[in-house]
Design a protein around this ligand. Structure first.
Ligand code: MG
Length: 325
């Protein structure tokens, strides 16, 4: 690791001080306001933890590494914000890493655009390639991943990292589509669904009976609805595909779920939140698009937001599902 931090910032595991508030929180009117007040204290404000990124993505709370890891995709590095607020380069170059998650053993799982790989960082720092090819061809550019309780790693493989030079390394796709994959614990890689123009963020419901997946084809100028789709999950397979929610501004990118089943997504104007039955609950605005989010902190109640150059955090009244603290 190398220190690449500006002046130390405030700790990321504590409540923000009043006076550092930067962004307000929009509460829908009437009945929904009750639900949003269950998510956030009405006085809660998002705090800026880091503002020197180029395009921040893939936050994941990593107790074993001492804080929040995230990817600065276009700067080709990953950063670590320690619990005392210090930010430092964690991995550089990062192969234009994007989404990150953590497995049951506390190991970091990372999607790399430039190498078209999903990799695991072992406890000694060594990198193990978990997936890089399917059906005779290199993967596109794995974007985001989630680990199921059975140890399978589900990830999306859109083409953003091979079509946009600032996101990776332009080349032709060697795949027949942009798939959502399931990597079984025995290493078998299978297509879970091929029904997306550009699949992006993904997350399970608390009981892992539902998988949510973002459709972000419109981000690349393709004809695609900006929506989150839901699938039933059983025995490692998806069924009953349906539209869970539509996104009004931009596209849905990273998704997370709290222990009550609410769904949170980074979108073109901040974090949008829905109840488990798809009803809009509220909105945490950001100055520009919010790409990815993650719950974390010592009690799993802090919500971290990656929004363009910034990483923000807000204290919530909920707890993230599947957060390792
Ligand atoms: Mg993404």
């Amino acid at each position: 690791m190398t220190n690449a931090s500006p002046a130390p910032r405030r700790g990321i595991a504590r409540r923000p001080l009043l006076g550092l508030a930067l962004l307000g929180v929009c509460l829908p009117r009437a009945r929904a306001a009750d639900d949003m007040s269950a998510v956030l204290d009405p006085s809660a404000r998002a705090e800026t933890l880091y503002d020197e990124g180029e395009w921040c993505e893939g936050p994941v709370w990593m107790p074993a590494l001492g804080g929040l890891v995230f990817s600065d995709v276009r700067r080709n590095r990953m950063m670590l914000i320690r619990e005392d607020g210090r930010a430092e380069a964690f991995r550089e170059p990062s192969n234009n890493a994007n989404g990150n998650t953590v497995d049951a053993q506390g190991r970091l799982i990372t999607c790399e655009h430039r190498t078209s790989q999903v990799v695991r960082r072992e406890t000694d720092g060594a990198i193990t390639v978990l997936a890089d090819r399917y059906d005779g061809g290199q993967l596109n550019s794995p974007n985001d991943a989630v680990v199921a309780r059975d140890g399978a790693i589900w990830f999306t493989d859109p083409t953003f990292g091979i079509t946009q030079a600032e996101e990776g390394k332009p080349r032709l796709s060697e795949q027949k589509g942009r798939f959502v994959f399931r990597l079984a614990p025995d290493g078998t890689l299978a297509v879970a669904t091929s029904n997306f123009v550009q699949p992006n963020g993904l997350a399970f419901s608390p009981d892992e009976g539902i998988l949510y997946v973002s459709e972000s084809g419109a981000a690349g100028g393709e004809k695609a609805p900006s929506e989150i789709r839901a699938f039933d999950v059983a025995d490692g397979r998806l069924s009953n595909e349906r539209v869970f929610a539509r996104v009004a501004k931009g596209v849905s990118d990273g998704i997370k779920v709290d222990t009550d089943g609410r769904v949170y997504a980074g979108t073109g104007d901040g974090v949008r939140i829905w109840s488990a039955d798809g009803r809009p609950v509220g909105h945490i605005p950001t100055e520009g698009p919010c790409a990815n989010i993650a719950f974390g902190g010592p009690d799993g109640r802090r919500l971290f937001l990656c929004a363009g150059r910034q990483v923000l955090a807000v204290e919530t009244r909920v707890r993230g599902a599947a957060v390792r603290t």
